[in-house]
Ligand binder design. Structure first.
Ligand SMILES: [Zn+2]
Length: 398
């Protein structure tokens, strides 16, 4: 089967549309840089910064940032980020400066934690020819017992960390649920692929793995990490508290509810991180944040497993490029994405896709001036790379 046969027709159409989008991007300074063209990336060329700053005035999306933080707020419902509730979350409000949507979607077939986080980091849906195929939401088995994304897939599956680390960036992962050891087992230590591009940065795609089950601790650890990092960096942080409150007391969107209080806790954590960015000239204006969620919650009561319910599948997707940029509709930033009906999760194979949490990894790489994740499907401005042939025997369509 040739690659053309393997790629569904809607993708091929999308790829044609992409050519136009990429050509447009290539006109902007640095937007067309390939990974190989980047310097070893430990140092940032001041001259390049000037050009970037000029580009930023016209379009912050085309600026190359030095540091990227992808934030996942487990179980965050986007109605919290609307008036009147938004007044209770000043740091989320700050992150709403810039392009965003409160009408993004989870994976088309899953509204549970692990499968959606794997999508964020690999740019793949759960199922389909490009799917990552991991449907479990429990603690993964040990690495040697099959607790690895690559073993389950039957082939190595790159993540956003592979692309950034191979390009010489420092990478970190901060989690607040133990099931996230799956990512350490898949990309940490000697689990990653050999680096065959430029200087060999080694097989550990995640340099620093942080774990803390308290919101303040994990936020503080990430703030510290950002303060101390040298060179450029790609970082990921996961906040579990809203999901835990939701499962214990339900997703009650009302001031004073345990769920509401847990999101205020995350807001303070974001404040700790934003303070670190504000205070450091190496971070301020050089750091972008992509924030999204694995799912919402509340249906059935105290959980989020009903994939037909908008309260579960509707999520936020925020792209913060340092503040000062006017709030804008992220759907207007991507000609390839279509806002779905409020009751629609969006069909997996439809040509018109909504913005999904699976876009996070490639949006992050785009803002770092890096190429997309090999084999990835999602990504707002450069999605659906179709660069890897579909592995034989892996075209499940369940
Ligand atoms: Zn949950």
């Amino acid at each position: 089967m040739s690659l053309a046969d393997a790629v569904p027709a809607p993708l091929r159409t999308a790829a044609a549309a992409l050519t136009t989008a990429v050509a447009m991007l290539a006109l902007a300074p640095h937007a067309g840089d390939a990974a190989g063209a980047l310097p070893a990336a430990r140092k940032v060329d001041p001259a390049a910064r000037k050009v970037d700053d000029a580009a930023r005035n016209s379009d912050p999306f085309l600026r190359t940032f030095d540091h990227l933080l992808v934030v996942s707020v487990d179980g965050l419902r986007p109605d919290l980020l609307e008036t009147p509730h938004l007044a209770s979350f000043p740091n989320f409000a700050r992150l709403l400066e810039g392009a965003h949507t409160l009408d993004a979607r989870t994976d088309p077939q899953f509204t549970i934690t692990l499968p959606n986080h794997i999508s964020m980091l690999t740019g793949r849906p759960v199922f389909g020819p490009y799917g990552h195929g991991w449907v479990d939401n429990d603690e993964p088995p040990g690495a040697k017992q099959g607790g690895s994304l690559h073993v389950r897939k039957g082939a190595y599956m790159a993540s956003m960390f592979d692309v950034a680390h191979d390009a010489g960036l420092s990478t970190s992962f901060a989690a607040s649920k133990t099931k996230f050891w799956l990512f350490e087992q898949s990309y940490g230590w000697d689990s990653g692929a050999r680096d065959t591009t430029g200087d060999d940065q080694g097989p550990s795609k995640i340099d620093l793995f942080l774990f803390g089950d308290r919101t303040g601790d994990i936020a503080g650890a990430m703030a510290d990490r950002l303060r101390r990092v040298s060179g450029r960096s790609l970082n990921f942080i996961h906040f579990a508290a809203p999901d835990i409150a939701g499962h214990s007391y339900d997703w009650v969107v009302k001031p004073g509810s345990p769920y509401f209080i847990s999101v205020q806790e995350v807001d303070r954590g974001l404040g700790t991180i934003l303070e670190a960015i504000d205070a450091d000239p190496d971070l301020r204006g050089r750091t972008a944040i992509v924030l999204t969620s694995d799912h919402g919650g509340g249906v059935p009561r105290k959980t989020h497993t009903d994939i037909t319910c908008p309260l579960n599948f509707r999520i936020a997707f925020l792209v913060w490029t340092g503040g000062g940029d006017p709030a804008s509709d992220l759907y207007k930033r991507s000609a390839l994405r279509v806002r779905p009906g409020r009751e629609e999760i969006g069909d997996r194979d439809a040509e018109a896709q909504p913005i999904r949490n699976g876009d996070a990894g490639n949006v992050a790489l785009q803002l770092l001036g890096l190429p997309p994740i090999p084999g990835s499907y999602y990504g707002l401005l450069r999605p659906m790379t179709a660069s890897d042939p579909v592995p034989a025997g892996n075209s499940q369509s369940n």
